[in-house]
Design a protein around this ligand. Structure first.
Ligand code: PMV
Length: 318
């Protein structure tokens, strides 16, 4: 085969960002948007990467961060010839929606597929996915410093899951679907910067930071129960509490706070930043609506979501 494809999802972190770096659990959900990569054999090297409609942004022979990270994604066995990679992501970069991990996983998957001429045996799948995750983690380490691995896991498997560094992902079965609005500040966030900010607070005053991490750990534990029980009101309250603790760790901004406040006044059950903070995105929980026969009233939920999105748009136009 001359070319192969790979795809991966973006994600939102529902609860537990930052604390997850210190070994606590977090909850993430895959998005139905993400990244797609096409890997095409070339007659000669070096391998090159083009992101979106841009020019070639990486070459695997370069010693730059991107060059090294890119060449690590292509280190498959059996080795593949030089390739050109076209990768696209329909998520805002630096928005905390996992675009970098989704790109890495989609490229690593396409490279694995090329090494296997597009064919895999089902018994190989788990081993291939483990290698894809390890390579995506190496890419994330270059850009993020000390990633917990939650982004790469969400990119690879989607769905909604609890994650810890030690145990990896454990799927959560929600009693009811969660409907979320995602709003962007329009300013990219640097996860590396906010992770380092908390690391420096931790170095100065470990007891204080541990108190926040412990608070987040108990919020996450309760959030798993609320999701499983379908208790959306409790879930919204827990989102607001998690936001409060994150702002106490100085990773929120006035814009993020404003987007959360607007969502709550427009009817959201809860709102918080998602991902690294310092910019990026917020998530807001849309109240569920049920018909008298107990089925979900999606049309009313869409109206509730539209009210939140309108409130955010109103803020944008000021
Ligand atoms: O990549 P982001 O911005 O969605 O943030 C990832 C979540 C953090 O907990 C802040 C970092 C990590 O590696 O878990």
């Amino acid at each position: 085969q001359a070319s192969t494809e790979g795809a991966a999802s973006g994600k939102v972190i529902l609860f537990g960002e930052h604390a997850v770096v210190y070994g606590s659990p977090a909850i993430a959900a895959g998005l139905d948007r993400g990244a797609r990569a096409v890997v095409t054999r070339q007659p000669s090297g070096p391998s090159t990467l083009r992101l979106g409609d841009g020019t070639v942004v990486a070459d695997a022979s370069s010693a730059s961060d991107l060059g090294r990270a890119f060449s690590a994604l292509l280190e498959v066995a059996p080795a593949i010839p030089p390739v050109h990679v076209e990768a696209r992501c329909d998520l805002p970069p630096g928005g905390g929606l996992g675009s970098s991990a989704a790109l890495a996983v989609s490229i690593a998957r396409a490279a694995e597929a090329l090494a296997r001429s597009g064919e895999t045996r089902p018994e190989e799948d788990a081993a291939i996915e483990a290698r894809v995750l390890a390579r995506a983690a190496a890419w994330e380490r270059i850009f993020h410093g000390n990633p917990s691995g939650i982004d790469a896991t969400a990119a690879a498997q989607g769905g909604i899951f609890r994650f810890t560094r030690a145990e990896g992902a454990r799927p959560i079965t929600p009693r009811h679907d969660l409907v979320l609005c995602v709003g962007s500040t329009g300013h990219p966030s640097s996860t590396r910067t906010t992770v380092e900010l908390i690391a420096s607070q931790h170095a100065k005053d470990p007891v204080l930071v541990k108190r926040s991490i412990d608070a987040i750990t108990s919020i996450v534990g309760n959030a798993v129960l609320a999701i499983e029980a379908g208790d959306m009101r409790a879930l919204g309250d827990l989102m607001n509490m998690n936001q409060l603790v994150l702002s106490g760790l100085f990773v929120s901004t006035s814009e993020l706070e404003e987007l959360c406040a607007l969502a709550r006044s427009a009817g959201a059950l809860g709102a918080k930043l998602t991902g690294g903070g310092g910019g990026g995105c917020v998530i807001a929980l849309v109240p569920p609506s049920f018909r008298s026969d107990g089925t979900r009233d999606e049309a009313r939920e869409a109206e509730s979501a539209a009210r939140i999105l309108d409130a955010w748009r109103g803020a944008e136009s000021h």
